[in-house]
Design a protein around this ligand. Structure first.
Ligand code: AMP
Ligand code: TRP
Length: 343
């Protein structure tokens, strides 16, 4: 967190968001939640459950609030402490939608046309997708900048959206002659676990939308299910190599080694040092034990939180109030800068 954004001289703040759609998996944990926890002691952190992003694709109204509590429970179970960080649902804080509209008038259509996540999600059906799905990255920029966040912990798949947020911030500052009003937010992507791949295909990322449940480890999976999924994970007949270049061309093996490293807090090379020459008959059970050791307490704690939805609701309501207290004055300044009428 050393590189200071150009011109902006306000305080540092961390912001990130997770969608309340589908259950969380090991990629979400290593790419996002674990970083959220690591940052909360030394930084001012805001973690948002981005329900407005979720509804860019169909969400059953009977399930949405439940899904939001589920993500809140995952945050808390992973170790996010509501006394240290703000946790709240996006739709409770009006600043997100309002700033997104102003940013719609700053961002250019050409910029959005380049977003690969939209192309991936829409596929050949882009004409039938919601306008919201297309506009998703603008709302994401609004999320971050409504808090003047300077640092954004995310997985690697969010890199392009972060670049767009920087472009929007820079264009706003420039167009409205407000140098340094918005920071240019820095992504915090590096580190083990930034890109956890599918257990079935080392070339696609672990994802909640993968039709095969065997491709991912969910934070809600029981110990024997985790062990089974790792046993069935794709590998090859070669043993674990001694050096990193022995992982080249073996994406599935590299992924399992990376997961082991991220969960145990070691480097990939440390893991190779321990397991060089061993086959998967040895490595997979060790990895399964490690996964269970790290994930089972989170699953148990999530279940405890989910058994007490009133406590979750209390935390989210308090978080929403604290979040609005930061974001509302910033969006009010935006209105002034843009020159809207006021009483
Ligand atoms: P999402 O579930 O898409 O809202 O993602 C929530 C967070 O998890 C974002 O920061 C993503 O970048 C991160 N994430 C999602 N999938 C992975 C993955 N396979 N590896 C690492 N990070 C991921
Ligand atoms: N687009 C992010 C994802 O799919 C979620 C998100 C929404 C987000 N708003 C954000 C992440 C702001 C970081 C900052 O994972």
């Amino acid at each position: 967190m050393s590189e200071k954004p150009v011109e902006y001289s306000g305080p540092e703040r961390v912001f990130s968001g997770v969608q309340p759609s589908g259950s969380l998996h090991l990629g979400n944990y290593l790419g996002a939640l674990k970083k959220f926890v690591d940052l909360q002691d030394a930084h001012d952190c805001v973690y948002c459950i981005v329900d407005l992003h979720a509804v860019t694709v169909w969400q059953d109204p009977k399930e949405l609030a439940k899904q939001t509590r589920h993500i809140a429970a995952a945050f808390l179970a992973a170790g996010v402490d509501p006394d240290k960080a703000i946790i709240y649902p996006q739709a409770q804080v009006r600043a997100h939608s309002e700033l997104a509209w102003y940013f719609n008038c700053v961002a250019r259509i050409g910029w959005l046309n380049r977003m690969t996540q939209f192309k991936d999600k829409a596929g050949k059906n882009s004409e039938k997708m919601s306008v919201g799905l297309y506009d998703y990255p603008v709302l994401q920029a609004a999320d971050i900048l409504a808090f003047k966040a300077t640092h954004v912990p995310v997985g690697e798949d969010q890199k392009q959206h972060l670049e767009l947020s920087r472009d929007i911030a820079a264009k706003f500052n420039n167009d409205f002659d407000a140098p340094g009003f918005f920071p240019l937010p820095e992504p915090l992507i590096k580190g083990p676990g930034a890109r956890v791949m599918s257990l079935k295909d080392g070339s696609s990322k672990m994802s909640k939308s993968d039709p095969s449940d065997l491709s991912r480890i969910n934070l809600t999976d029981e110990a024997d299910k985790i062990a089974k999924k790792i046993r069935k994970a794709k590998t090859d007949p070669e043993p674990i190599p001694a050096e990193m270049d022995g992982l080249e061309g073996r994406p599935e093996v590299a992924n399992l080694v990376g997961i082991y490293a991220a969960l145990s807090g070691q480097s990939d090379q440390d893991v190779l040092n321990t397991y060089a020459g061993e086959g998967f008959g040895v490595f997979k059970p060790a990895l399964a034990d490690l996964c269970v050791e790290k994930i089972a307490p989170i699953t148990e704690s999530m279940n405890r939180y989910l058994a007490d939805p009133a406590e979750i609701d209390r935390i989210l309501a308090k978080g929403a109030e604290a979040a609005a207290a930061i974001a509302d004055p910033i969006v009010s300044d935006v209105r002034d800068i843009m020159g809207f009428w006021k009483a």
